[in-house]
Design a protein around this ligand. Structure first.
Ligand code: PMP
Length: 461
């Protein structure tokens, strides 16, 4: 089949996630056929540097035979069995042990799911159940953050703070509140009616104060948990100001509220530690995980459960009426196990922390001089560029969709860089080399130049 055949069938039968079906039908999809290392290859033979590691997940890169072999061997042995009704199987047991060894010392249990969204559904039910078992069933409110992403199931989207998602298909799960996000460039520097022109550190502390205000408004006795990504991913690779997490930790220390760190993106080396929480010195009670757990080769997620919650669930609980057919799926678990073994053996996480992260930071920072760029930020192997109008130094009119234009020009120049509004983001495979980082940055710069040229064309037309 040729590209046009795939596109025709795709248009006829396939509804894509997070997609304007009509607009895609008119344009036609890009067909990705192969992956090699940090590159994807489309049906026209174009070799594209995957600056997003798929959807923030292909941490070990494409084409790892060891993971193929792990899947094949497990499928021959036992392709599927469940973990219900007092049974389990070696891959789930081994993976549970490995995860708890890699997690901070107070975390010694895992509940498996098939995805990050299911992990966050599990979180919601688990924290409410925890407090019920503690004799405080009124502690049901969960506080999340505006513009956070915690998944697409009803609980995931309710915990998340994406306004366009909240507008569709409600009502949402009750007793979930949201506080402002620590996105200095968008909400501190440019205000948007809030704290115009603040310095990042004051802004970070103000965001933590907003959490405390919300706890007091709802009443500590009604609040079960605070959920947050260590670095917001889908919201725009939002690396909070240095003051933010210490200030949030100080707030949480005052109240009896659980902390949930959503590690679906930050986990497994993205920030240069096994978990983003370790980078920020957080001690979360629960950590939802997915994506990089299997480098995206097979779908698997879970919730790492700290002793405080797990001990109560085990000692005081009866049956937890919750679980998925594919909780701890043996083939997915075997691939995840092999993936973690390879990451450990190859020192992938340390390399991100000590070598690749600092190298990317230095190269990425050079893009801050580009006239279209108001801020370039990165941490480990996650990064963002904030686009601004060089004529005014302000944000572009949203209707111009400059971010999308830049993204399309990136694709055309052989780089996947994603746009969230006018924030361009990257999250490449953790096995990227220096030369490939150079290529990524050069292609990003070329796309910025092309965007600028295109904007100049439209203004002179
Ligand atoms: N949490 C976070 C932080 C995520 O980034 C995502 C996915 N982008 C999810 C949860 C949901 O994961 P999944 O798509 O596997 O359901």
């Amino acid at each position: 089949m040729q590209t046009s055949d795939y596109q025709r069938l795709d248009r006829a039968h396939h509804l894509h996630p997070f997609t304007d079906f009509k607009a895609l039908g008119e344009e036609g999809s890009r067909i990705i056929e192969r992956g090699e290392g940090v590159y994807i290859i489309d049906s026209e033979g174009n070799r594209i540097l995957d600056g997003m590691a798929g959807l923030w997940c292909v941490n070990l890169g494409y084409g790892r035979e060891e993971l193929v072999e792990a899947a094949t061997a497990q499928m021959r042995q036992l392709p599927y069995y469940n973990n219900f009704f007092k049974t389990t199987h070696p891959p789930a047991v081994k993976l549970a042990e490995t995860l708890c060894r890699l997690a901070p010392p107070h975390i010694n249990r895992v509940f498996f799911t098939g995805s990050g969204s299911e992990a966050n559904d599990t979180v919601l039910r688990m924290v409410r159940r925890y407090w019920a078992l503690k004799g405080q069933p009124e502690k049901q409110w969960v506080i999340g953050r505006e513009n956070a992403y915690h998944g697409s199931t009803v609980a995931g989207l309710s915990l998340g703070g994406m306004a366009p998602m909240h507008e569709q298909g409600g009502p949402l799960v009750p007793k979930i509140a949201h506080v402002r996000q620590p996105w200095w460039f968008g909400e501190g520097r440019f205000g948007e009616g809030r704290s115009e022109g603040q310095d990042p550190e004051t802004f970070g502390r103000e965001c933590a104060a907003a959490l405390e205000a919300k706890i007091l408004e709802l009443g500590e006795e009604n609040v079960a948990a605070f959920i947050a990504e260590p670095v917001q991913g889908a919201g725009g690779a939002i690396i909070p100001p240095a003051s933010y997490w210490p200030a949030v930790k100080a707030v949480l220390a005052k109240y009896d509220i659980l902390l949930v760190a959503d590690e679906v993106i930050c986990g497994f080396g993205r920030l240069g530690e096994w978990f983003g929480s370790v980078h920020y010195g957080l001690e979360p009670d629960l950590m939802p995980i997915a994506k990089g757990l299997s480098s995206g080769y097979l779908p698997i997620g879970g919730v790492l459960v700290g002793d405080r919650v797990a001990d109560t669930l085990i000692e005081e609980g009866g049956e937890f009426f919750h679980g998925f057919t594919y909780s701890g799926h043996p083939t997915c678990a075997a691939v995840a196990q092999r993936n973690l073994e390879l990451m450990e053996a190859e020192g992938v996480v340390e390399r991100v922390r000590d070598d690749l992260g600092p190298y990317l930071a230095q190269r990425w920072q050079a893009l801050a001089k580009h006239p279209l760029v108001g801020e370039a930020r990165s941490l480990g192997l996650i990064g963002a560029l904030e686009l601004i109008d060089p004529a005014t130094g302000e944000r572009f009119d949203k209707a111009l969709a400059v971010g999308n234009l830049c993204r399309d020009l990136c694709f055309a120049s052989g780089l996947v860089m994603r746009s969230v509004g006018d924030t361009m983001i990257i999250s490449p495979p953790l096995v990227i080399s220096h030369a490939e980082i150079d290529e990524l940055v050069d292609k990003a710069r070329a796309a910025l130049d092309a965007t600028l040229a295109r904007l100049a064309d439209t203004t002179t037309d």
